[in-house]
Design a protein around this ligand. Structure first.
Ligand code: NAD
Length: 481
């Protein structure tokens, strides 16, 4: 019989009336387990539990918070093989990618455990003689954490860990497609010593659970990662209560390849950036902006490299690219390829692949001969699809790179320090990469974008504190008893 995992509310397992099977995208006959399909009343109960637990946790010793996160981190790291296997099985990343993501989650929990002990304030002389002014950081309050399916353990970790480190309580809603890693992480932190109600897990659909988590007057902040459409909806539901929001949304990230680039480096950076994790990353290099002198050599070499990649079961040895996450995402990828053809692009690869198991397999696709106004270069496809835009020179490349409604990550491959420096200064993305893929970031530095990609304070590293705390300014009169 298929096992079941309940929601975790107020520290207890709470069963639901309906259950959702968690299906392996590499083999759709493989059901990992059934997970609770939470309702709006589960969400209300979870918000209430988080509210009840808030003052205890907000005033808990930072040592207690640090210890819980550190113990949780140690368990995540110790179980990296097992959790990596679960992640690959539920999301479709290759085992090395999945294990790497689990280790990253462990490092994030550890880092923010340390940050709990570094929540220093400031002190300054008042402009009024003798007065002392202090600025301290207090927890924001009850925070809803809403996450997408493409990083099932790392994205929840980089929201939940700073939330807890700074004394907030959390209601966590993972994406419907990946409840497995979410449940494990919540359970690990529960057993690591979190008081009841400090971290609550409500699995279910955004449609049913989302309105409570974003619209309740008892929620002080919403940290969301997902699509632009959902993010804009959340902006609307949070406004009536002036709830603080942090929205990380889509990307249409350019990788510029200049004539002077090392061809091998350029091909590797493009391959990893465009097709790593099956291209299902907000930081994926989906627009390859290539100058005239290297264009043909680059496209030929990238086509060969891409076609040599082994696409298969995420957990098989030697698989370089796993399946697309589900049938509707696969259909979306194919629709965008059809539109790219209709608009005059030449599609290389991108065919459905048959494998021994029934999974959502798609060959990596490169669309050649595109312009920046074509749909494939405007919309986020969120699959193993990259398009090549030929440009005359660096100046045009920079203009094309910046011509997008998004602004998450951008990259350049060049041997010119002058070009790299100019690009770093003039790119309008939140993160800029020189001779490394647009995807792949460190956890101890800020993460985020501009324009439609992000809204609100940056995530990750010490900058995470800006969202998860509120500043209090206190004035103390001289000689106060
Ligand atoms: P999505 O917007 O469909 O869902 C994200 C989360 O929001 C899920 O948990 C979903 O259940 C929930 N949700 C849906 N409707 C909701 C509602 N009305 N109220 C509250 N919550 C609701 O996104 P997805 O398909 O899971 O993920 C893919 C998207 O995520 C892509 O656009 C990608 O670019 C983006 N993404 C962005 C980043 C980043 O940091 N910028 C990182 C990863 C993914």
């Amino acid at each position: 019989m298929t096992s079941r995992r309940s929601n975790i509310i107020g520290g207890r397992d709470v069963a639901s009336e309906q259950w959702t099977p968690n299906v392996n995208p590499s083999d759709t006959s493989d059901v990992i387990a059934e997970y609770a399909h939470g309702s709006s009343s589960d969400a209300e109960e979870a918000v209430g539990a988080a509210r009840d637990a808030l003052s205890g946790w907000a005033f808990a010793s930072p040592q207690q918070r640090a210890d819980v996160l550190d113990r949780g981190a140690n368990e995540v790291i110790r179980r990296a093989d097992e959790l990596g296997e679960l992640l690959a099985r539920e999301e479709g990343k290759t085992l090395p990618e999945a294990r790497g993501e689990v280790l990253r989650a462990g490092q994030i929990l550890k880092y923010h455990g340390g940050q709990a002990l570094r929540n220093a304030g400031e002190i300054i002389d008042s402009v009024r003689p003798g007065l002392e002014v202090t600025m301290t950081r207090e927890p924001l309050g009850v925070v809803s954490v809403i996450t997408p399916w493409n990083f099932p353990i790392a994205i929840p970790a980089w929201k939940i860990a700073p939330a807890l480190a700074y004394g907030n309580t959390v209601v966590f809603k993972p994406a419907e497609l990946v409840p497995g890693c979410a449940w494990e992480q919540a359970d690990i932190l529960r057993r690591a010593g979190l008081p009841e109600g400090v971290l609550n897990l409500v699995m279910g659909t955004g449609r049913e659970v989302g309105p409570v988590l974003t619209g309740s007057a008892d929620v002080d902040g919403v940290s969301f990662t997902g699509s632009v459409t959902t993010g804009e909806g959340i902006l609307a539901t949070t406004t009536p209560h002036r709830t603080r929001v942090q929205l990380e949304m889509g990307g249409k990230n350019p990788l510029v390849v200049l004539d002077d680039a090392d061809l091998d480096v350029a091909v590797d950076v493009a391959l990893q950036g465009a097709f790593g994790a099956t291209g299902q990353r907000c930081t994926a290099s989906s627009r390859l902006v290539v100058t005239d002198g290297i264009h043909d050599r680059f496209v030929a070499a990238l086509t060969d490299a891409m076609q040599a990649w082994r696409v298969g079961d995420a957990r098989d040895d030697g698989t370089q690219m796993g399946p697309v996450v589900n049938a509707s995402q696969l259909e979306q990828d194919e629709r965008y390829l059809a539109v790219a053809r209709d608009e005059g692009g030449e599609v290389r690869g991108g065919e459905r692949l048959k494998r021994p198991t029934a999974g959502h397999y798609l060959a990596p696709a490169l669309v050649v001969g595109t312009t920046n106004t074509m749909t494939v270069n405007r919309d986020e496809v969120f699959g193993p699809v990259a398009a090549v835009i030929r440009v005359a020179d660096f100046e045009e490349a920079l203009a094309v790179a910046n011509d997008t409604e998004f602004g998450l990550s951008s990259g350049i491959v060049t041997r010119s320090l002058a070009a790299a420096s100019h690009f770093r200064r003039h790119s309008t993305a939140g993160m800029v990469m020189v001779n490394v893929p647009t995807a792949g970031v460190d956890y101890h530095v800020p993460f985020g974008g501009r324009r439609a990609s992000s809204c609100g304070p940056r995530e990750q590293g010490s900058y995470a504190r800006d969202f998860f705390t509120v500043v209090k300014t206190s004035y103390v009169a001289p000689g106060s008893p």
